[in-house]
Design a protein around this ligand. Structure first.
Ligand code: NAD
Length: 496
C-alpha cells in the first residue's frame, strides 16, 4: 500500500503563540523534533525564556476581563468555528501526529476525532455552566449559586497524545470564560502549533489562547507565577506528584495532575476469546504501548488448559503485528517515540528475565516493513511467569511489553490489581455479569473496562485515575472539568 504524503516538507522553526501573534523566541536553546520512523529532524522547538512565558501570562491576564464579559453564547461561537476548521483539516492534523509521534495514521485519526469531541461538548457551556437556585430559603429570601471563571489557567502536556490531551482542558477553560497558556511536550509540539493556527483563524480574541514551548524551566515559571490560577498537568507521577501538585499546594493554585499507569487486564475463563484477543492487542500494543490506558499486566484466571490455549493464541496474534511507518496504512504498530523510551523498554525486558520471567515473545527480534532505520523501532514482547513483586509488574514501562500472570480466581486477580500503587484503568473480560460487577465494585482504578481494553476518555464523562495515578479532586472532562475551571459564588437576596 502507498505511503501517505508527509504534511511537512522542510524543517519547521517553531514559534510561540502569544497575544494572537506568532513570536520567534529569543532563546539560544532548542530541541529537535524527530520523525521516529525516518529518523529525520522535522522541527526545532525553542526552550522559551522567562520573559516570553511572562509575556504569554500577561497577554492571558489582559484579555481575561473582556473575555469573561463576552457572553457564553458568543464565546462558544469561536468554538463552533474551531470545530469546523478542525474537520476541514482533519487529515493534515492526523498526519502531523503520526510524523512527530510515530503512531499509526489510524491511531492519529482516532486521536483527532477524540480531540474534536472535546470542542463539541464544550460548545454546550451556556447550559453546562448554569448554576442553581432555591426560592424562599427563609420567607421572602432567595438563594442561588453562580459559576464564574477563575482567570489565567495553564496546561502542561505529555508527549503521548500531542494533539488531544491539551484539548481535554483548553476548550472547557476558554468556554467557561478563562484564558489559557498551553505548554506542549517539547518532544512533539507541532500538533499544538497546528491547533493554535486554527484557533487563530477561528477568531478567538488575542491573548485568550496562548502557546509557549519549552520544558522544565518554562513549567517552573508557570508554577511560580502569581497570575496563574489553575494548572492542569498530564504526565508521569514523578513530575505530577513531586513537582506540579506539590508546588500548586504551596502557591494555592488549583491543580489536576493526571499521572502514570500500570493497568491490569483480567481475563476470565468464560470470556469471549475471539473478541478478547483483538481488544488486548490494541490495549497492550496500540500507540506502541505508550498510553496511560494501555494494558501492562495480563492476568489469566482459570485452569492450565485455558491458560495455555489462551496464551498461545495471544502470542500467535501478537507475533503477526505489522510494524512500520505510521503513514503506511497497512502498519499496525509504529516506532517508539524516542530512543530513550525504547532503551527503557529494553532494560525492562532484561530486568524481567533477570527477575525470573520467561520470554515468550522477544520484541528485540523484529522486522520493519519498508526501508526505514530501525533505531526507534521495537517489536512487541511477552514475558510470562511475572509476579506482582517484580519490577516489570510494578513500574510503568510505557512500551510494547506485556507481562503475563496467573490467578486462581477473580478474588486473587482483584487483589493483584489492588496491590499496585497505580490505579488508572483496570479491565475485566468475562461473560459473567456477577463477576463484572464484583470487579467494578472492588477494583481500585478511576476507570474500569468491562470487555473493553482501552477505557477511552469521552468528553462528557470525567476522566482520571486513583492512587498514584491522579492528584487532585475534580477530574478532567465532563462536569468535573467545568467545575474545576469555575469558582462558585452563593448569593442570598431579599428585596424589601
Ligand atoms: P513527563 O512527566 O515526562 O512530562 C510531562 C510534561 O512535564 C512535559 O510537558 C514536560 O516538559 C514536563 N516536565 C518534564 N520534566 C519536568 C520537570 N522536571 N519539571 C517540570 N516539568 C517537567 O511525561 P511524558 O513522558 O511526556 O508522558 C508520559 C507520561 O504521561 C506517562 O507516565 C503516562 O502514563 C502519562 N499520561 C497520563 C495520562 C492520564 O490521563 N493519567 C494521560 C496521558 C499520559
Amino acid at each position: 500500500m502507498a505511503i501517505l504524503e508527509d504534511p511537512i516538507k522542510e524543517v519547521l522553526e517553531l514559534e510561540n503563540y502569544i497575544n494572537g501573534e506568532w513570536v520567534k523566541s529569543d532563546s539560544d536553546q532548542f530541541s529537535d523534533v524527530v520523525n521516529p520512523a525516518t529518523g529525520k529532524t522535522i522541527a526545532r522547538t525553542p526552550m522559551s525564556t522567562r520573559k516570553e512565558v511572562n509575556a504569554a501570562i500577561e497577554a492571558a491576564k489582559d484579555s481575561f476581563p473582556d473575555w469573561r464579559r463576552t457572553t457564553p453564547l458568543a464565546r462558544v461561537r469561536c468554538l463552533f468555528r474551531l470545530k469546523e476548521l478542525l474537520e476541514e483539516n482533519f487529515e493534515e492534523l492526523s498526519r502531523v501526529q503520526t510524523i512527530e509521534h510515530g503512531k499509526t495514521i489510524d491511531e492519529s485519526r482516532g486521536e483527532t476525532r477524540r480531540g474534536i469531541e472535546m470542542v463539541e461538548v464544550a460548545t454546550g457551556i451556556p447550559s453546562l455552566m448554569m448554576g442553581y437556585n432555591l426560592e424562599d430559603i427563609a420567607t421572602g429570601i432567595d438563594e442561588y449559586v453562580i459559576y464564574q471563571p477563575l482567570g489565567v489557567c495553564c496546561h502542561i502536556a505529555p508527549y503521548n497524545f500531542p494533539f488531544m490531551v491539551p484539548l481535554w482542558f483548553a476548550p472547557f477553560a476558554v468556554a467557561t470564560g478563562n484564558t489559557i497558556v498551553i505548554k506542549p511536550s517539547p518532544r512533539d509540539p507541532i500538533s499544538q502549533v497546528k491547533l493554535a493556527e486554527l484557533v487563530d483563524e477561528a477568531g478567538f480574541p488575542p491573548g485568550v489562547w496562548n502557546v509557549v514551548h519549552g520544558h522544565k524551566d518554562v513549567v517552573s515559571v508557570l508554577l511560580e507565577h502569581p497570575d496563574i490560577e489553575a494548572v492542569t498537568f498530564v504526565g508521569s507521577t514523578k513530575i505530577g506528584r513531586d513537582i506540579i501538585y506539590k508546588k500548586c499546594g504551596e502557591t494555592g493554585k488549583r491543580a489536576i495532575a493526571q499521572c502514570s499507569a500500570k493497568n491490569y487486564m483480567v481475563v476470565m475463563p468464560d470470556c469471549n476469546v475471539g473478541r478478547t484477543i483483538p481488544a488486548l492487542m490494541t490495549s497492550f500494543f496500540g500507540n506502541t504501548g505508550q498510553r496511560c490506558l494501555a494494558g501492562g499486566n495480563l492476568v489469566i484466571v482459570g485452569d492450565s488448559k485455558f491458560y495455555e490455549e489462551f496464551l498461545d493464541a495471544v502470542v500467535d496474534t501478537t507475533s503477526r503485528i505489522r510494524i512500520g511507518y505510521g503513514l503506511d496504512e497497512a502498519t499496525q504498530m509504529g516506532p517508539m517515540q524516542s530512543i530513550d523510551g525504547k532503551e527503557r523498554v529494553l532494560a525492562y525486558i532484561e530486568k524481567g528475565i533477570e527477575e525470573g520471567a520467561n520470554l515468550r515473545l522477544d520484541g528485540r527480534q523484529f522486522s520493519v516493513r519498508g526501508d526505514y532505520p530501525d533505531r526507534y523501532f521495537l517489536g512487541p514482547t511477552i514475558l510470562e511467569g511475572v509476579a506482582t513483586d517484580m519490577k516489570v509488574a510494578k513500574d510503568e514501562i510505557f512500551g510494547p511489553l506485556m507481562s503475563v500472570m496467573r490467578a486462581k480466581d477473580l478474588n486473587e486477580a482483584i487483589e493483584m490489581a489492588n496491590g499496585s500503587d497505580l490505579g488508572n484503568a483496570h479491565a475485566i473480560f468475562t461473560s459473567s455479569g456477577k463477576d463484572a460487577r464484583e470487579f467494578q465494585y472492588r477494583v481500585q482504578s478511576g476507570n474500569v473496562g468491562i470487555n473493553i481494553g482501552i477505557v477511552a476518555p469521552m468528553a462528557f464523562f470525567p476522566f482520571g485515575g486513583m492512587k498514584d495515578s491522579f492528584f487532585g479532586v475534580l477530574h478532567g472532562q465532563g462536569r468535573d472539568v467545568i467545575r474545576f475551571f469555575t469558582e462558585s459564588k452563593v448569593v442570598i437576596q431579599r428585596w424589601l
